[in-house]
Design a binder for this molecule. Structure first.
Ligand code: SAH
Ligand code: SF4
Ligand code: F3S
Length: 476
């Protein structure tokens, strides 16, 4: 093993101290010998996983543009390929490993082609070991904590032609003043915090992303104000659990305060994700209800409808707590749309416990649910649990659950037919250039026709038809 490699350690990644995270404003730098190293070179960047990764990819692209690289749409046209990866489930990882394997062929036709792997899989010990042993065509591996180091790492890999591995397993800092190439023209992701301290027993994220740490409110509000100035119509405030915002800053300013201050900036649409049901406060509900520009759509992952399973998952709420919270939000904001995440087949989940999840879906009639079969993640407590549920049973449960989810999504969509909705226009549909698409306030995807429509407009559309997951309509 090379001495100067820095490899991940899951053990180190678990450490949490009470120290307040550092805010680093001057860490990013492009040394003079590296400036322009991308001139004439092209990159291809593929992103897997959640919005945190999407936002990180914007930073990676921003750095690459500053170095003079340009981007291409096909991996075979690139001089360097980046995979920004997700570790949340094994099938997601298998897909990435498979694609990494496929790209070997490209290197045969273009021996100078370089290959970089970053993101959450790069934070996993066993994955990095596998990549190093079995995938010799990977030139650069870096993690979620050192994206700002990309210029130096690239120089090492590209100019010095050394296989470069640098991954830190640590709590992490708040790093400001990184470049970003926003992928959206009208909708922007805004990180409000990084990491996670919840350590749900099944989840790898606290190990791959470090400690829960909040950005300063001033930095966030400045960013949103700037985005508004640049013509952005929508911001989505991002964190693994946005409700925890500010708890690490040792001041009284909390997520409800931040949300209210963001809304007051007056950008047309404000969204936030993800909210944990455990610390969703009444104050937050009041703020969402009070401001027209905060969308009445809440992603509230329940994971299971069984209090016993929730307890073993370490979710910190019971199914009764979830029902109470849901009912409270609906009472305050009738018509508020909800989506959720559900895991089926958690170790030793019984039929009764699974039925409690179905009951939860029936009660909450979610507009959308991301549902998954439990996937053991090495290093997490749940991965050590003995599991007596056969995989076929888990598959059957997922099917039953998804049928129910589709049923309610369909019913919810049906209600929109004949209704008028406000849509933020994303652009022309990929399949038909007579048709535009965009999202409603409740995050419904609408395909619609009409004249004088521009990307980024917020227009009124009448819904003429519904499908399970989308709506069709006409501009009024
Ligand atoms: N911070 C968010 C979740 C981020 S991960 C939250 O707490 O809601 C996104 C989703 O992936 C989770 O909500 C969960 O449903 C799912 N997930 C996470 N770990 C998983 C695992 N080991 N197996 C299956 N699904 C998992
Ligand atoms: Fe994972 Fe739980 Fe943190 Fe969400 S809150 S990222 S599910 S540990
Ligand atoms: Fe995946 Fe990492 Fe997000 S594991 S879900 S990309 S935080």
């Amino acid at each position: 093993m090379k001495k100067d490699w820095k490899l991940p350690s899951l053990k180190d990644a678990q450490i949490r101290t009470t120290k307040q995270s550092l805010v680093e404003r001057e860490l990013f730098d492009i040394p003079s010998h590296i400036k322009n190293m991308g001139n004439g070179r092209k990159f291809f960047l593929r992103t897997y996983g959640c919005q945190a990764n999407e936002r990180d990819s914007e930073t990676i692209a921003g750095i690459l543009y500053q170095l003079g690289f340009s981007s291409v749409k096909k991996p075979e046209d690139a001089d360097i390929i980046f995979f920004n990866t997700c570790a949340v489930r094994k099938n997601a990882e298998d897909k990435v490993i498979g694609e990494i394997g496929h790209l070997k062929v490209l290197k045969r036709t273009n021996p100078d082609l370089m290959f970089a792997v970053c993101g959450c899989m790069a934070q996993e010990e066993d994955i990095v070991n596998l990549l190093l042993k079995k995938h010799h065509h990977i030139d650069l591996i870096f993690g979620t904590h050192n994206i700002h180091r990309l210029p130096n790492l690239l120089y090492n890999a590209m100019i010095s032609k050394e296989r470069t591995v640098e991954v830190y397993s640590k709590e992490g800092e708040v790093i400001e003043n990184l470049p970003a190439k926003r992928f959206g023209k009208h909708k922007a992701w805004v990180n409000i915090m990084y990491g996670c301290d919840k350590f749900c027993t099944y989840c790898i994220v606290p190990y791959t992303r470090g400690k829960e740490r909040s950005r300063s409110a001033l930095d966030i509000l400045d960013e949103v104000a700037q985005l508004k100035k640049e013509g952005f119509k929508e911001v989505s405030l991002l964190g693994q659990n946005v409700n925890s915002y500010g708890k690490d800053l040792n001041c009284d300013y909390n997520f409800a305060n931040l949300l209210e201050d963001v809304a007051k900036i007056g950008i047309d649409r404000v969204r936030f994700t993800t909210s944990h049901p455990w610390d969703f406060t009444d104050e937050m509900i009041d703020v969402v209800a009070k401001y027209d520009n905060i969308m009445k759509y809440i992603h509230l992952p329940v994971q299971s409808g069984s209090s016993e399973i929730l307890k073993i998952m370490g979710r910190r709420y019971s199914s009764e707590d979830y029902y109470t919270l849901y009912d409270k939000i609906i009472a305050k904001m009738p018509g508020c749309a909800f989506s959720s995440d559900i895991i089926v087949g958690f170790p030793n989940e019984t039929d009764e416990q699974f039925n409690e999840t179905l009951n939860m879906v029936e009660h909450c009639k979610f507009d959308n649910v991301y549902s998954f079969i439990y996937s053991p993640r090495i290093g997490t407590p749940a991965a050590k649990m003995v599991d007596n549920v056969p995989f076929e049973v888990k598959q059957k449960r997922l099917q039953i659950l998804q049928d129910k989810i589709n049923h309610y999504s369909n019913l919810n969509n049906q209600k929109y037919v004949g209704e008028k909705v406000m849509v933020l226009v994303d652009g022309k549909s990929k399949k038909n250039d007579q048709v535009y698409s965009g999202y409603t306030q409740a995050n419904k995807l609408v395909n619609f026709t009409g004249d004088n429509i521009n990307d980024g407009d917020i227009i009124e559309v009448i819904i003429t038809e519904h499908k399970s997951w989308t709506l069709n309509g006409e501009k009024i």
